[in-house]
Design a protein around this ligand. Structure first.
Ligand SMILES: Nc1ncnc2c1ncn2[C@@H]1O[C@H](COP(=O)(O)OP(=O)(O)OP(=O)(O)O)[C@@H](O)[C@H]1O
Ligand SMILES: Nc1ncnc2c1ncn2[C@@H]1O[C@H](COP(=O)(O)OP(=O)(O)OP(=O)(O)O)[C@@H](O)[C@H]1O
Ligand SMILES: [Mg+2]
Ligand SMILES: [Mg+2]
Lengths: 260, 260
């Protein structure tokens, strides 16, 4: 049965998608695991990031159709092979934005994704859920379908506030909906070594607040990561020796260790 | 009657709030204009960014109460002085997230903010609307209340895709709702001179797509901007001689020029 991990935070632009894509690819490549990457953001940036090797045909259904369907439907109907060995993906679904509103009307609106993964989970070793930058219905669905949540943040005051807000949402979900999503940890992204005083100030604040939850691996700022997205390839294929590839490989290993 | 400007894009973390706050402060300080900054994002980062001089008391009502109220209510009931001369602000409203869903049920759901500004507009020279990273109801309300929209993007492929998506939303709003929000332009943010090849590739793509709409002013990456947010101050008060302050002053001047 797959380990399901949400990559979530309320703050925009801190590297949720970059982390989701490269962690999913890292698990498929270095752990030789069978992985599914689910794109819960209507921007569809997981597909953009892997565009170079994606097939042109979609699945039999879209993600929003499965979530809103009256009959129980499995996410397996949505998945396509990504062109990266052992990695499947849910294609870009522009209707996810509208689905956000329509999900509110459903009974047990937070459990739709969990139910659509009942059988699908047996097909994979890991399922990675890339979340949109808010705590709306799609992010709630991700948390309720997950065993654990990884929270990316960069070392800026607004982003740390966003990570804190998501932790609050996780507590509410666990208490009110009797769920038990585990905090895998907080991963520092876009770390720019030039900003040493700001980095230190924020790092002290973060360590005070979250201590052991802060992952050892830090993802440094590395333009190869954005170039890989322009090329539509995972960092390991695009620039295997880059700092971005090294850091995401280290993250893959630390995530596996922390889950055991 | 105020000129109302939305600062919007679907992509997260490209500098919508940093631009909203420092443009609003720039207009109040250098143009000696009376300015209202409206925070339509439930993260409340406009207040965080100006925390140092904000009063502790809120307005008589919250922004979400005004938008959802049965009786017509003016935004003026929500505004407070910011401590920055000639700048008022709507305080942080954590209920905006929930309001996003409840707004869907209202008749004319896109026009709630426009109506709440009918009288308030006569009190200011400029009203700046900071939008959340999506094209939901709050962003739609901003577009329908605005004369023009300024779209921030950094020079990365995912962000440019997000700016393009917002332009599509503006076209739909103008056609279907018979509105006429003008594209003030696209402003390049977080520009890191070290990434020269990537910058050039993206800049060529952007100029091809949007030509004259791309503002001359570029906002360079400058850690003083994030430090100012940590201190809760506008960049002009925190580090007047920094590149961030210079670039946002230049942006203020170019925005005024383009609006004339
Ligand atoms: N370590 C890094 N070094 C350099 N650039 C990075 C890094 N991580 C992310 N980026 C860039 O920063 C931008 C934001 O990253 P990304 O889109 O993954 O964030 P996100 O949290 O998914 O954003 P959104 O909130 O819009 O979903 C992208 O343009 C990406 O290329
Ligand atoms: N020119 C710049 N130089 C350095 N840092 C910047 C610059 N502009 C913005 N930032 C930093 O980048 C991060 C994102 O900026 P900001 O929060 O303003 O973006 P946003 O588009 O409002 O994000 P969201 O989508 O979450 O609302 C912040 O931590 C901010 O401090
Ligand atoms: Mg993303
Ligand atoms: Mg913002």
């Amino acid at each position: 049965k797959a380990k399901v991990i949400s990559i979530a935070t309320v703050k925009g632009g801190v590297g949720k998608t970059t982390t989701s894509v490269n962690l999913a690819c890292g698990l498929a490549r270095f752990e030789e695991a069978k992985v599914l990457l689910v794109d819960l953001d209507s921007q569809g940036h997981c597909s953009t990031s892997l565009r170079d090797s994606l097939p042109t045909i979609g699945g039999q259904a879209s993600l929003s159709q499965v979530l809103l369907s009256e009959e129980p439907q499995e996410l397996l109907d949505v998945c396509v092979t990504s062109g990266v060995r052992r990695l499947d993906i849910t294609p870009n679904d522009p209707d996810l934005g509208e689905a956000e509103g329509r999900i509110s009307q459903k009974i047990g609106k937070e459990f739709l994704l969990r139910d659509a993964l009942k059988f699908t989970r047996t097909h994979y070793d890991y399922i990675i859920l890339d979340c949109p930058p808010n705590k709306g219905n799609l992010t709630l669905n991700a948390l309720l379908a997950s065993d654990s949540v990884l929270i990316p943040t960069d070392l800026s005051p607004l982003s740390v506030q966003g990570a804190d807000e998501l932790l609050g949402t996780v507590m509410t979900v666990n208490e009110r909906l009797n769920h038990n999503v585990d905090i895998l940890g907080v991963v520092l992204t876009r770390v720019d070594a030039r900003n040493s005083t700001m980095n230190q100030t924020m790092l002290d604040q973060i360590k005070d607040a979250w201590g052991e939850l802060v992952l050892d691996t830090q993802i440094g700022i590395n333009t190869q990561l954005a170039k890989a997205q322009l090329a539509g390839k995972p960092i390991f294929d695009f620039a295997e020796k880059s700092r971005g590839a090294q850091h995401y490989r280290a993250l893959t290993e630390e995530v596996v260790r922390r889950l055991d």
